[in-house]
Design a binder for this molecule. Structure first.
Ligand SMILES: Cc1cc2nc3c(=O)[nH]c(=O)nc-3n(C[C@H](O)[C@H](O)[C@H](O)COP(=O)(O)O)c2cc1C
Length: 203
């Protein structure tokens, strides 16, 4: 009787099995995390930035992440950082195409560094949750107004479908303090279960 060939460790491994992540198919579960490339001189999606991620993708990862990109121009810590302006959309599209051509999924890390923004890069005092100094910058930030907060939240707007909208609309987010710790808790009244780690209703 002919022996069955033994499955290789790669074939057996969950790490190397495909995953559907919020609709995106990843060929495996290896993700290159956000790791500042320092390749966005002048705030542009440069050729070297695209080639860097093309190389990571051709190496076989499931997904590669374009590191910190500010949601607005006042969230930049360095001049060679990206911020979400119409000027970079063409470059982002080229980045995505290059990564997809190599068979990987593309992601981007969006954020706002608040009081850590560089006054010389953004041309004014950075925004912060409360007025405080930044020892790294030797700067003093301005406390955010209610309008500032609204505008920053808008900066993170994402597209989601109607079904998701209904779930999100019903959710509330609270900051909860207990004798065991504190943090943000998402309360989803439509939840049928919880993963047990995020502290909220997530199913
Ligand atoms: C040079 C360098 C730059 C990094 N830049 C970012 C970044 O832009 N955003 C982020 O979330 N994490 C950043 N990180 C953290 C990495 O994504 C990662 O979480 C960290 O290196 C731990 O993973 P490791 O043990 O595999 O190195 C950076 C790490 C390094 C070493």
């Amino acid at each position: 009787m002919k022996a069955e060939p033994m499955a290789t460790a790669t074939e057996q491994s969950l790490l190397f099995s495909p995953l559907v992540l919020d609709g995106a198919l990843l060929r495996n579960r290896v993700v290159r995390s956000g790791c500042f490339e320092g390749m966005s001189q002048g705030g542009a999606v440069t050729e070297s930035l695209i080639e860097h991620h093309r190389g990571v993708a051709s190496g076989g990862v499931g997904m590669t992440t374009l590191s910190y990109c500010s949601v607005s121009e006042d969230g930049r810590a360095f001049s060679h950082e990206l911020w979400m302006s119409p000027a970079i959309l063409e470059g982002l599209s080229q980045f995505t195409q290059a990564v997809h051509t190599e068979g990987a999924a593309a992601s981007i890390q969006l954020g706002h560094c608040g009081f850590f923004a560089s006054p010389s890069v953004i041309g004014r005092r950075p925004l912060g949750a409360s007025p405080k100094s930044c020892l790294f910058r030797l700067s003093y930030c301005r406390e955010m107004t209610a309008l500032d907060i609204e505008q920053k939240v808008d900066g993170f707007s994402v597209y989601y479908d109607e079904e998701t909208k209904e779930v999100l609309d019903a959710c509330t987010v609270d900051f909860v303090e207990t004798p065991y710790g504190s943090g943000l808790v998402v309360n989803n009244p439509n939840a049928s279960g919880s993963c047990g780690s995020c502290g909220g209703g997530c199913h």
